[in-house]
Design a protein around this ligand. Sequence first.
Ligand SMILES: Nc1ncnc2c1ncn2[C@@H]1O[C@H](COP(=O)(O)OP(=O)(O)OP(=O)(O)O)[C@@H](O)[C@H]1O
Length: 263
Amino acid sequence: MTNAEQPLLSVAGVTVRFGGLVALSDVSLEVAPRTVVGVIGPNGAGKTTLFNVVCGFVRPKQGTLSWRGTTLRNHRPDQLANLGIARTLQGLGLFAGLSVLHNVMAGADRTAKSGLAASVLGSRGAARGERDLRAKAMTALATLGIADTAHRYPGELPYGVQKRAALARALAAEPELLLLDEPASGLSEQDMAELVTHLRTLREDMAIMLVEHHVDLVMRVCDRVVVLNFGEVIAEGDPAKVRNDPLVTEAYLGDPARERDSA
Ligand SMILES: Nc1ncnc2c1ncn2[C@@H]1O[C@H](COP(=O)(O)OP(=O)(O)OP(=O)(O)O)[C@@H](O)[C@H]1O
């Protein structure tokens, strides 16, 4: 296998138990560079648990995670940025008292000389670090079409724009892998259509793994789709293959998420 083909992220045989409940059972998946992988499944299927395992919030009982071929042992969420992984969570997590620009700058400091480093470097180094951060943050905002909100405060903006600011904050770290937990939740149809366009653009520069209730969005943007049901992978492949899989149809029958999706 050449380096170009090596997956960035590998999840192999991951099992998670909460007491007697098996939330994930022998789950494996890979995310290759510049591909979008979607994880779907009915309510309680294990999507959030899988996301939390990848982020380091939940430790698997069995199985391994690898990043660029190296096993991750007991990694923590605060180590993701240094690996080149950024994430957005279900909540927005924006600081209400900071402008959108400063919120996004807070996400960019993996790559810039800021904070403690800046104070060690002295004021010229700090100024340069600050300029770098600001430039990265403005680039991320412009990529998502919201550069004009840089000096506004999150609370002044519609939910869809706040959600984009949260995504910009993850992008400002210039990740190789972007992890998105329910990026479409709470978005209008218009916002969702724009999200599809943005994800397709981002895919030119990074890999994306997203966990999402909106099956339609996943089918539109993902190269590969992994379907969980009761903690097990019941289908995997490109969207056309997964869409026509009878096991997937069966798993979704009567699931409220499906009805929300098609509403
Ligand atoms: N911390 C926990 N303690 C106990 N059980 C948990 C915990 N977290 C999740 N579970 C259980 O594990 C199973 C998988 O939950 P998970 O939240 O990962 O599913 P999901 O696919 O994200 O669901 P939803 O679509 O409803 O968000 C569910 O049965 C859930 O009740």
